[in-house]
Design a protein around this ligand. Sequence first.
Ligand SMILES: Cc1cc2nc3c(=O)[nH]c(=O)nc-3n(C[C@H](O)[C@H](O)[C@H](O)COP(=O)(O)O)c2cc1C
Length: 216
Amino acid sequence: MTDKTGDLHDDRKDYTMAELSRDSLHIDPLEMFGAWMNDARNANIIDATAMTLATVGNNGAPSARIVLLKQFTADGFYWYTHYKSRKGNELATNNAAALVFYWRELERQVRIEGKVTKASSTESDEYFHKRPVGSRFSAAASPQSQVIENQQWLTQRTQKLQAEYDENTLQRPEDWGGYKLQPDVYEFWQGRPSRQHDRFRFTRTENEWAIDRLAP
Ligand SMILES: Cc1cc2nc3c(=O)[nH]c(=O)nc-3n(C[C@H](O)[C@H](O)[C@H](O)COP(=O)(O)O)c2cc1C
């Protein structure tokens, strides 16, 4: 319980689960990420695929929110959203972005930075049609990040769509779809006792990844 000062400095924790050595790193950070994501999913971490997505506004100020990672391949790290949302508008003017995963139960953090492009319309269509039907109608009805009058306004818009379409006829809205981030930098962080954390950064060079240990 926080006291009236809002002081949290006694909430200390020592990280003791594991260590990360240079020898244990994969040379390909995508494989390394895959191994860590497997560990997170095998540990039954709730929302293991949730990641903070940071984008840059017109004024150069950052903004961040959680989205769910839906796929990661050599083509990039994929998530799905509304293209006219705040993040969508920010990515349209500056496609630099950062992702952060925090797996508390494994005392691990992964940071990824790179450039973002839209997924192809085929990829977005495929994913849209895999979603539960309720989520499809919500995606179509919600002008994400716009100011709306009240909840009822959204409910009515959803009901109107449900009256006009069914799950076979509702198409993916043009303004809704996937993005993929192609990493230029990864950082893998493993918590260690007394703040002696292990951090390894992978930086893309012309034909390989440069690996550096960073001070915690
Ligand atoms: C656990 C969690 C998962 C979320 N997943 C997504 C997602 O995959 N796509 C999405 O557009 N919003 C997702 N959101 C909502 C976003 O955090 C955010 O509210 C929304 O995308 C609007 O952000 P923007 O106004 O910055 O564009 C998620 C939120 C939480 C807490």
